[in-house]
Every structure is written in structure tokens, then in C-alpha cells.
Design a protein around this ligand. Structure first.
Ligand code: KG4
Ligand code: ZN
Length: 335
């Protein structure tokens, strides 16, 4: 069973092809980073226009990479949400056209669920129950996945998403967009204990977390140093900020896993590409005897393979969409 997956929810036009739910046949990304970089962030109209230009060439490249044709496909999967409405519409309209023209089932994929399910391409079938930390540009959620595959919300940010905090701090200290990978790189030369930035809500019950206070604290400290005529060591700032954000996510996620009696932890989404986050979870999960499932970096950041994998799961479960499939910019991961 071959499923082609289309991802256009944000700033990557991405197409993946997956065979029999578990095997990656193609994964092609046409990145828009250079288009948005001059603006310091994603411009929704620019993203939608670029998706329109890139979608068909990206599909062609993926088919060549997989060594197959559209007529070999058994289903067309597409991200239906969450994401930027105009960007999502390009992918969904394109997928509908392909499904109609080739008489194939259409599969409407939840982008956040796909971030988690992509792990099956590298780790085999997920064996819930498990806890997942889904961290991207727009989302920071801690969820439990039950044996029935249904997600249950345990906690998440009450203000900024983790990726958003990374990007905003990066921008403030003059790093190019997207800032997450830049902070990651800069932090490698820094001392994570140089600045004592706050870890909000750590001692409050529940698994919610707050990141906007951390962001404000970093900005306030940089302004204070500037006013005092002190040139901050930006690597130390990046490392200390990153350590605080990793601490909060690690502690809340593993507390949730312990309380729920879950011994498998999945990291998912673009921020799961962060070196320090991966290191700290690996060490802590090993100490606790928990199994850590974290996709390789190209499968953490937005990609088409995750949409194909999640779509293939829908297809296997017989959950197909109609041609009136709507986009939902706010589609939740768990009800
Ligand atoms: O999942 P994703 O590719 O797109 C969304 O669904 O939002 O996540 C993008 C986010 C951006 O905020 C980006 O800065 C962040 O993931 N990111 C990272 C790293 N790589 C990407 N954040 C920290 N460290 C990284 N290495
Ligand atoms: Zn994403």
C-alpha cells in the first residue's frame, strides 16, 4: 500500500511517500526559509503563493525518488490542520485534485498527530500507552496516547509555544530566522549555568507550563546589561535560555509519565530536533528505565513523510475523507 503525503501547513512544501505504513520511500522538502528570512518570520501570503509554485514540482521529485508513478498510489494524504489557513488550502486543494483525477481515497491528516506517528518509520509500530511531548513553532503539548490510539491532553503551554520562544529570543539577539536551530548551535559554546533564568510553574500541580516569563526575563537581562555598557556573552545567554526551556519541558513531561504510569516517551515536532532537549531526555529516560522514542532530525521538523505515515494509518483504519474535506487552522491534537 503506497500513500503519498502532502504537507503545506506552514513554510515547507513537503511530500513523502510511505509503503505499507512503515517504510519510507521518498521524503522531499522545498524549503521557503530564504523567502521568509528577510521578514524575520513566516509571511502567510508569501507562504501560500510559494506552496502553489512548489507543490507539483515537489510531488514529481518525490515520485522520482520513490521510483513510482501517481497511478501506483493507493491514497493521497494531506495536512488538513492546524496551520496557516491559506497555506493549508493549497495542499488540500492539490490533494483533492489528485485524488479526483486518479480516483484515489483522500486522507485528511492532523499535523500534530502526524508529528508523533512519523516515529513508526524508524521505530516500528508505536505500542501505546505512551506519553508524547509535541513541541513545534505553534504548539507545546504533553499528551497521553492510549491503547486505542486516542490522545488525551495532559498539559501544555499556557502562553508561548516552545518554538515561538526560541524564535523570538533568537530574533532579539540578532540571529537569523528560523531561530531554534541557531540558538541550538550558539548554545554549544555557552555555559548553561551562566544566567539563572526562571523556570515557571515547576512546583505547581499539573503539567501546564509557561514560557513567556522566561522570554521576558531574557530580554530584560539583555537590556539591563546593555544599559550598564556590558557586552553579554551571547553563547552563555543562548545556553542558559535553552537550559531553562529544556528543564521545564523535561520535568513536566516526565512527571506526567510517572503519574500516569507510562514508560514510553515520544518527542515530536520541530523543537524535538534540539540537541540539548534530546540529550537531557535521553539521559533522564535511561536513568528512569523509560523507553525514549525520538525521530531523526529531518523527521522532527515539518516533512511530508509524517503526513504519508499518518495518512496510511487512517487508510488502514478505513478513515477516508470526502472531497468536501475542510481545512481547520485550529485543529486540536486531543479533544
Ligand atoms: O514542527 P515544525 O517544523 O513546524 C511547525 O509545525 O511549527 O517546528 C518549527 C519550530 C520552529 O520554531 C523552529 O525554530 C524550531 O521548531 N526548531 C528548533 C530546532 N529546530 C527547529 N528549536 C530548537 N532547536 C532546534 N534544533
Ligand atoms: Zn510541525
Amino acid at each position: 500500500m503506497l500513500v503519498l503525503g502532502i504537507e503545506t501547513s506552514c513554510d515547507e512544501t513537503a511530500v513523502g511517500i510511505v509503503e505499507d505504513r512503515m517504510h519510507l520511500r521518498a521524503n522531499v522538502i522545498a524549503s521557503q526559509v530564504e523567502l521568509h528570512a528577510p521578514y524575520g518570520g513566516v509571511v502567510p501570503e508569501v507562504a501560500a503563493r510559494a506552496h502553489l509554485e512548489q507543490l507539483l514540482p515537489t510531488i514529481d521529485t518525490a515520485l522520482v525518488q520513490a521510483g513510482c508513478r501517481l497511478s501506483d498510489m493507493d491514497g493521497i494524504a494531506v495536512t488538513a490542520g492546524p496551520g496557516l489557513v491559506g497555506a493549508l488550502l493549497v495542499g488540500v486543494s492539490g490533494a483533492k485534485g489528485l485524488a479526483l483525477a486518479h480516483d484515489l481515497p483522500l486522507l485528511g491528516v492532523n499535523h500534530l498527530r502526524a508529528h508523533v506517528e512519523v516515529a513508526q518509520l524508524e521505530f516500528g509500530e508505536l505500542q501505546p500507552p505512551l506519553v508524547a511531548l509535541v513541541v513545534s513553532g505553534g504548539h507545546t503539548s504533553i499528551v497521553a496516547m492510549g491503547e486505542d490510539g486516542v490522545f488525551r491532553h495532559l498539559g501544555g503551554t499556557i502562553d508561548d509555544a516552545a518554538g515561538e520562544a526560541f524564535d523570538k529570543i533568537a530574533r532579539f539577539i540578532g540571529l537569523p530566522y528560523p531561530g531554534g536551530p541557531e540558538i541550538d548551535r550558539l548554545a554549544r559554546d555557552g555555559d548553561p549555568t551562566a544566567f539563572a533564568f526562571p523556570r515557571a510553574m515547576l512546583h505547581e500541580p499539573g503539567y501546564d507550563l509557561s514560557l513567556s516569563g522566561l522570554k521576558t526575563a531574557v530580554i530584560r537581562e539583555l537590556r539591563r546589561l546593555d544599559a550598564a555598557g556590558i557586552d553579554p556573552n551571547l553563547a552563555d545567554v543562548a545556553a542558559s535560555f535553552q537550559e531553562a526551556i529544556v528543564d521545564v519541558q523535561l520535568i513536566k513531561t516526565l512527571q506526567a509519565a510517572a503519574d500516569e504510569g507510562l514508560d514510553q516517551v515520544v518527542l515530536a515536532g520541530g523543537v524535538a530536533a534540539n540537541t540539548r532537549l534530546r540529550e537531557r531526555f535521553a539521559a533522564e529516560c535511561e536513568t528512569n528505565g523509560q523507553r525514549l522514542i525520538v525521530p531523526s532530525i529531518p523527521l522532527c521538523t515539518d516533512n511530508g513523510a509524517m503526513v504519508a505515515a499518518s495518512g496510511a494509518n487512517l487508510m488502514a483504519a478505513g478513515v477516508t475523507a470526502d472531497l468536501d474535506l475542510a481545512v481547520d487552522p485550529n485543529l486540536p491534537l486531543a479533544g
